[in-house]
Design a protein around this ligand. Structure first.
Ligand SMILES: Cc1cc2nc3c(=O)[nH]c(=O)nc-3n(C[C@H](O)[C@H](O)[C@H](O)COP(=O)(O)O)c2cc1C
Length: 178
């Protein structure tokens, strides 16, 4: 007898359109992850960035297996996660584009080069400098886990949030947590 998991994997679960419709209700932080290899600098817009562990300090995010940066980032020892400010949605669009080369992406912006190689974008809200800790399978994505070895705070401000296929500032104050 087939397990429920196998039955759902074979097509009885929600289809992609319905899954995306559900997930559009979930606001995400907008980050750009950068790395470098012998072919040059790479960057990608990532909305799946979350904190994973406090001790050791770990973060994670997911990368589609089908896109150009996938194999290079799986092999990369170092990467840098930049949390974008609310006036930096243009950087998110730039690093989500598949119609221009990575060289064209980086020639459009200002950035510094870190000691370990990955480019560091200027004036983002905060920046997590990571060493690759582990990778795990995640369906048609790969889960990248980073050990945070340094954090640099950039320009003060507020984050941009992605929700219902559009960029927003963070919402109005509701109530104190405690
Ligand atoms: C707000 C936003 C969040 C995204 N989050 C992710 C993500 O977490 N993982 C991912 O693989 N792609 C994500 N993408 C899509 C990639 O940025 C995009 O597919 C990729 O840069 C295109 O790569 P290609 O040029 O190789 O096709 C996101 C795009 C946007 C606009």
């Amino acid at each position: 007898m087939k397990s429920q998991r196998t039955e759902y994997l074979e097509g009885q679960g929600v289809d992609t359109a319905r899954f995306l419709e559900g997930m559009r209700h979930v606001p995400t932080v907008v980050t750009v992850v950068t790395m470098a290899d012998e072919s040059g600098d790479w960057g990608i817009t990532i909305g799946s960035f979350v904190s994973l562990s406090l001790d050791p300090p770990l973060i994670c995010f997911n990368v589609q297996k089908s896109i150009a940066i996938h194999d290079p980032i799986v092999k990369a020892e170092h990467f840098v996660v930049h949390v974008l400010r609310e006036d930096q949605a243009d950087l998110s669009d730039l690093f989500a584009r598949s119609d221009i080369s990575k060289e064209e992406q980086f020639s459009a912006i200002e950035y510094d080069v870190s000691e370990q190689g990955p480019p560091v974008l200027k004036d983002t809200l905060t920046t997590f400098h990571c060493i690759q800790y582990n990778i795990l399978p995640g369906g048609d994505h790969t889960i990248l886990i980073g050990l945070v070895k340094d954090i640099s705070n950039g320009k003060p401000g507020r984050p941009v949030v992605y929700h219902q296929r559009a960029y927003h500032g963070i919402g109005q104050y509701i109530a104190d947590h405690y």
